[in-house]
Design a protein around this ligand. Structure first.
Ligand SMILES: Nc1ncnc2c1ncn2[C@@H]1O[C@H](COP(=O)(O)OP(=O)(O)OP(=O)(O)O)[C@@H](O)[C@H]1O
Length: 224
């Protein structure tokens, strides 16, 4: 059976910060049903690449397409299809964990969402802290809440930046299963990760991002 065509295609993506080259002509493809794991040393540019793809940073050069059309994060239809949990997730200080998920579910058109919110909190084992505001959660619980935001909204393309961070062993196991199931449902996951066990457990395809200073140029090398 032939592979589905790429959902996300990144070509020639370059980025400098203050004249320092971070990414040089990086290419990347991700298909439906695939978990792509960006792997590389600290400072290699994985987060920068994710930010340039989702549009929170402007690349100096390069194109990003979603199903063949230019990736436009200002388009509501694109935003509905794309979920991202990077490290800079912001919380309302006076909304509880439950209220955050409820708000997000409603923003994505689910008005009958009590069950979906309860189920999401149960999935990430946060039911007992549903009424706490994020500032009173532990850092691992906040990470779980961040991941739970993807359970109450539609998406077919998910970006994650080191989702394993601060998760305990049970949390990492849940995460691996969640990523596997997402791919099995035909979704696409692109994540930066330093956790080889997680990458293997979720069947991730490794794409190596090398630090430009160390190799003289940025490369992205697909390993089958
Ligand atoms: N806003 C910025 N201004 C200047 N330099 C930046 C900025 N953001 C990132 N950098 C630099 O870009 C390089 C790549 O950073 P990035 O966070 O993308 O790396 P990473 O591969 O995600 O690293 P890690 O594995 O540590 O998370 C680093 O050298 C970092 O210092």
């Amino acid at each position: 059976m032939s592979q589905p065509s790429a959902r996300l295609v990144v070509t020639g993506l370059s980025k400098t910060y203050g004249g320092r080259r971070i990414l040089l002509e990086v290419g990347l493809e991700a298909r439906p049903g695939e978990v792509v794991a960006l792997v590389g040393p600290n400072g290699a540019g994985k987060t920068t690449l994710l930010r340039c793809i989702i549009g929170t940073e402007d690349p100096d050069a390069g194109t990003v397409t979603l199903d063949g059309a230019r990736f436009d994060e200002s388009d509501p239809a694109t935003r509905r299809r794309v979920a991202a949990v990077l490290d800079d997730l912001a919380w309302f200080p006076d909304l509880t964990a439950w209220e955050h998920l409820d708000l997000l579910a409603r923003a994505h058109g689910d008005d009958e969402n009590d069950d979906i919110v309860d189920d999401a909190l149960a999935a990430v084992r946060l039911s007992h802290v549903a009424d706490q505001v994020p500032g009173t959660l532990s850092s691992g619980q906040r990470r779980r809440l961040g991941l739970a935001t993807t359970l109450v909204r539609p998406f077919d393309l998910l970006f994650l930046d080191e989702p394993e961070q601060r998760l305990d062993e049970a949390g990492r196991e849940w995460l691996a299963g969640y990523l596997r199931r997402s791919a099995a449902d035909g979704r696409t996951v692109v994540m930066a990760s330093h956790d080889a066990t997680l990458v293997e457990a979720c069947g991730g395809r490794v794409v190596t991002i090398d630090a430009p200073d160390e190799v003289g140029e940025v490369s992205s090398e697909d390993r089958p």
